[in-house]
Design a protein around this ligand. Sequence first.
Ligand code: MOS
Length: 744
Amino acid sequence: MTAPALFQDEAPKTPQRQLKNRYDGRDKVTGKAKYSAEFPVKDITYGYIVQSTIPKGTLVSIDQTAAGKASGVLAVLTPFNAPKLPVASPQPPARRHITVLQEKDIFYNGQPIAVVVARSLPEAMHAATLLKITYKSQPAQLEFKGRLAEARPPKQPGREPADSKRGDIATSLSNSAVTLDVVYTTPIQNHNPMEPHATIAWWDGSKLNVYDATQYITGDRQTLARTFGIPVDDVRVQCPFVGGGFGSKGSTWSHVVLAAMAAKVVGKPVKLALERGQMFGPVGSRPTTAQNIKLGATADGKLLAIQHDVIVHTSLMEDFLEPSAMQTRLLYNSESNVTSHRMVEMNLGVGTYQRAPGEATGTIALECAMDELAHKLNIDPVQLRLINYAEKDHSKDRPWTEKSLRQCYTDAADRFGWSKRNPEPGQLREDNNLIGYGMATATYGANRSAASAVVRILPNGRAYIGCGTQDLGTGAYTVLAQACAQGLGIDPALVDVQLGDSNLPKAPVSGGSQSTASIGPAAAAAATQAKLKLFELAVNDSQSPLHGLQAGSLDTQDGKVFAKSSPNKSDTFTAILQRAGGQPIEATGSAEPGEDRTAYTAQSFGAVFAEVAVDIDTHMVQVRRIVATYDIGTLVNQKTGINQLQGGIVWGVSSALHEEAHIDPTHGRTVNETLAEYHVPVNADIGTIDVTVTGIPDTKFNPLGARGIGEIGITGAAAAIGNAIYNATGKRIRDYPITVDKIM
Ligand code: MOS
């Protein structure tokens, strides 16, 4: 069932009623919210993953005699004794190649090669040290920048083609008065949500239960069912709270399957929680990139040519593309536009989605290159972007659903004080600091998928909504409470929300910034269906003031049903339900994207301005201020929405200055696999972040008028900072992150 017409076509009639605070805020700050590793499960045992210490080769043997006899040990699973799964590796269970003890080949240093199960975690960890592992090593590919010439096209087709071409780029470049040809590089990054991955698995006969830290309970369920060869209905995945995911929890990784496998072998529940160090390799990373940008423009700043050629690394297990040139196809208007993506194979864990996969790295190259071009042309960087403003999606030759990027530039520039910027680098000095201003455009596509929800109206005046989505900490609970309340016509504080259970109606992966845009309309559809059932009860009830009216002539507000023609005729939800026997009303509803998907391009935009202070002696960079305005349609909730955008910007600061995985060139292990060595910003690294939105509803995209906001915040931010560092120092650092040694 798709959403009824009201919710497909119309903007909400009344302003969205927002929850001022997060629905789940109190439970989180009081510790009542339980994360996947925290559930008390009777007879729990502990699994510990043993990882390969070589980057390439084969396992010859694993002698587990000593480990098997160690205190508390229940089982040691290795590729030599692990149960064979019906879906034979290396066939990826769900389009991913996960290593689940089905093969003896080693693809990277850190690959899971054994699981020790014991009655306590220390005993499991101790026994792991007693395993005698013999490998046959082979030379590994661990170099990226020196092997760019080996880059090849992706083997698996992506959602969009890897290459694109419009116009005659050679002619456009030769006709350009000013050209630019630069290479930007970005490092491998690893997701480090506060909550590392964790799974508790147990079998109830032939039925599998897991608590899993995941962005996708439905996907987990499908992958587990397929991997173990059991019906989907025999798997239940629960995950009421997630401590951040950022893309890494969107796939079902080895440890989830291994926890379930181990639970089957020992006949008891198994908890398998990854250590922080195990977050670097076995659960995906953002690939490193080398991006060549060529721009050509007329003397008055009109872009004639844009070429963006991207090379990323990929694992030897499967191809994963960080699609860094995608936004370059549509962000600016130019007569020629060419992009390509190639990959270099390396003996590393697989690449995966990490916050704004593609745009996060791609906007670094494109938006810094635009800044370089602006300097060459002696045109203000904002002006250069306005000259080349894309009035439509030129890559697909179709209109935008909604675009207010011009307003983003002017609003953010005004609040920032951009007019005070000196375009000449190195001119502004305060005490021992050089001060610089920089800006960039932010952009991210708008996604939406089919979703469903169940709504109950309760006789006590409250309501319930259940949806098989998950809240990564982003605000899904809050959004569902609001959407249900809005749909029913009650106070959002009266709504109880349940999510994070695969027994609930299906919702998509909380990835691609699509959750709110997908589950909001589903919640509205379910509420509409529940409301219709309530209307039927009222009009058929001889004791109701609404008796005998047409259900279609009724509406709701503040927990009352009333006749649209004479609002004095009304009946409360509780009175209607009490008279009908005191039972709740229940209805399910679904919503999915309409036909508009191919007629329009739904894309979000933003403008980010940064002020940095660079210490003249130490070259330490302080990001003093970020001012940004985003064009993301309706902001569904002020607090959770602005927080999401601010959080994305913090990631931008991280990408610009801090974050980078270092791979040991000999052994292939991530050297800095702790939060002490893998630098991410702390509060002291973050100055003022001032975020607003244009807030123009995008009702061509969905009935909420809201596009996603989870990922756009990171885009553009790192470029704005790099551009500000150039404005402060005159140094153009094209190798990210911009650490102090590079500024010297
Ligand atoms: Mo996001 S990287 O699609 O979870």
